[in-house]
Design a protein around this ligand. Structure first.
Ligand code: TYD
Length: 134
């Protein structure tokens, strides 16, 4: 399973807290794209895709949601619910996001520009690709 949880260094004092994210330093790739998800609803799921050539770090800046991660052999569920923990997801990992808290805010750092062609949005095709490429 090519994922890991990364604890970010927090600079905190009586004024509040700050976390700095830097490509090729505490983020294990060059950051080419940042996007964020907000106004989420508990009854709606997102994701349900894999990326052939993309690494990502996902941070629940506010609120929580559950990630289902699947490498074609194993399926694991993890909760993202802290602004100081980043979920790294490598290439060829199926992901689903669900059980969003109302107004959860996810920030996503990506290693590549958006390219719909490198998405695998069909689970059957994902399993096929995994079995043919490894
Ligand atoms: P989608 O892949 O459905 O989001 P999620 O991974 O959360 O399920 O993306 C929603 C829409 O946004 C879809 O039309 C593609 C578009 N989009 C971009 O144009 N650029 C991006 O960087 C991303 C992530 C999505």
């Amino acid at each position: 399973m090519d994922y890991k949880l990364i604890n970010m260094k927090v600079f905190g004092d009586e004024r509040g807290k700050l976390i700095s994210l830097e490509g090729n330093r505490n983020i294990p790739f060059e950051i080419k794209r940042v996007y964020y998800i907000y106004d989420t609803m508990p009854d709606f799921e997102r994701g349900k895709h894999a990326h052939k050539n993309l690494e990502q770090i996902i941070i629940a800046i506010d609120g929580s949601c559950q990630f289902v991660l699947d490498d074609g052999k194993t399926r694991e569920e993890i909760w993202l619910n802290r602004p100081d923990v980043g979920l790294y997801i490598g290439k060829n990992m199926w992901r689903e996001m669900r059980h969003f808290s109302y107004g959860c805010k996810l920030m996503i750092l990506a290693s590549e520009y958006y390219d719909e062609k490198e998405y695998i949005r069909d689970y059957g095709k994902f399993i096929e690709e995994i079995n043919t490429s490894f």
